[in-house]
Every structure is written in structure tokens, then in C-alpha cells.
Design a protein around this ligand. Structure first.
Ligand code: AR6
Length: 173
């Protein structure tokens, strides 16, 4: 398990993997944060395509090519907006990770990179979100033989510290 999980601090849009997961919103039309970085690096063909997809519900994903990104594909995952915790946010966030992993498995992808879904503009508490992210990936990898590497790509020192500690506690760092 340990060698199938990596913690990276940096820009998700620079990851050379089969798929990067984008923190999208339900419209799939360009926003801020990591979504903006992905669209900037992927070029205008990505926005042209995502505009035509009819959106995506919270907790679900849609797959596109990566266009000008180093990544071959983008899995557009819609995480929940934090509303205090009583609106099934944890379930929706877990579903966004699960749906991303499932589509990667179905497509035969070997490598995937996640940002910290929902923890920026959507304000999901970072600790709780990291627990869900790591928990879902570990659960999935335990029953999967196809994915070789899951990268957690963190952008801030704070997220790096949270993930390093949580992975360390599980013997995965
Ligand atoms: N590489 C990796 N991580 C990044 C990057 C980057 N280039 N830029 C930001 N992050 P956010 P959300 C981190 O706000 O909270 C968009 O407008 C950031 O530090 O991108 O799910 C969508 O269209 C944070 O840890 O996504 C939606 O409307 C994480 O990425 C909305 O934002 C997620 O922050 C989604 O909000």
C-alpha cells in the first residue's frame, strides 16, 4: 500500500499522470483555485468541452482529455460546499473521491493525482477532508489491483503537514 501512495507539494496542473482530478463545480464551467490552473494549462479546448457536458451533480465525476496538460485525462469531480457539516458533506466528499477512483479503475488508468477537494473556495475543514481523502483511497486500493500510484497533491504547507501526519499515523509516509 505504502508504495502506491505519494504526497507531493506543488501544482496539480504540472502532474504527469494518467488523470488529474479537478475540483470542479456543478456547472463544470471554469472557476477559481485548482480549476483555473487546470484550465489555463489545458488550453481553451477543455473549456469548450466542459461547457457542452451539461454539468455534473455533487459527489459525481465527468471525464475529459487533458488536452495541453501533461496529464492524459482530467476527472472533473464535484465536491460539496461546506455548510456546517449537517448537509451530508462528508458523504458527498467521500463520493467525489470514490467516483474518481472508480472511473480511473474502469478506464485502466495506472496513475492519478488528487488535489484537496472542497478545501479551498468550498471551505471544507482541512483535517476532516484529509481524513476522508486518505480513508477512501486506502479503502479503494485495498480492493484494487490496477492503480499503481495515487498522488495527493497539496498546495499549502498547512495541507502538507496535515497529510504527512495522517499518512504517517497509518504507516503510509
Ligand atoms: N495545484 C494543486 N492544488 C491547488 C492549486 C494547484 N494549482 N490551486 C489551488 N489548489 P479549490 P474547492 C488547492 O478552491 O474548494 C472553483 O472555482 C487549494 O489550496 O480549487 O473544491 C470550482 O469551479 C485547495 O487545497 O476547490 C468550484 O466553484 C484545493 O486546491 C470551487 O472552486 C481545492 O481548492 C471548488 O472549490
Amino acid at each position: 500500500m505504502k508504495n502506491r501512495i505519494a504526497l507531493v507539494k506543488g501544482d496539480l496542473a504540472k502532474m504527469n499522470v494518467d488523470a488529474v482530478v479537478n475540483a470542479a463545480d456543478e456547472t463544470l464551467v471554469v472557476g477559481g483555485g485548482v480549476d483555473a490552473a487546470i484550465h489555463k494549462a489545458a488550453g481553451p479546448r477543455l473549456l469548450e468541452l466542459t461547457r457542452s457536458l451539461g454539468g455534473c451533480p455533487v459527489g459525481k465525476v465527468k471525464l475529459t482529455p487533458g488536452f495541453d496538460l501533461p496529464a492524459k485525462h482530467v476527472i472533473h469531480a464535484v465536491g460539496p460546499m461546506w455548510q456546517g457539516g449537517g448537509h451530508h458533506e462528508a458523504k458527498f466528499l467521500a463520493n467525489a473521491y470514490k467516483s474518481s477512483l472508480l472511473i480511473a479503475q474502469n478506464e485502466g488508468f495506472k496513475t492519478i493525482a488528487f488535489p484537496c477537494l472542497s478545501t479551498g473556495i468550498y471551505k471544507y475543514p482541512k483535517e476532516e477532508a484529509a481524513e476522508i481523502a486518505i480513508g477512501e483511497v486506502v479503502k479503494f486500493l485495498a480492493n484494487d489491483k490496477s492503480l499503481q500510484k495515487v498522488h495527493f497533491v497539496v498546495f499549502t504547507d498547512e495541507d502538507h503537514a496535515i497529510y504527512a501526519r495522517k499518512l504517517g499515523e497509518r504507516g503510509l509516509a
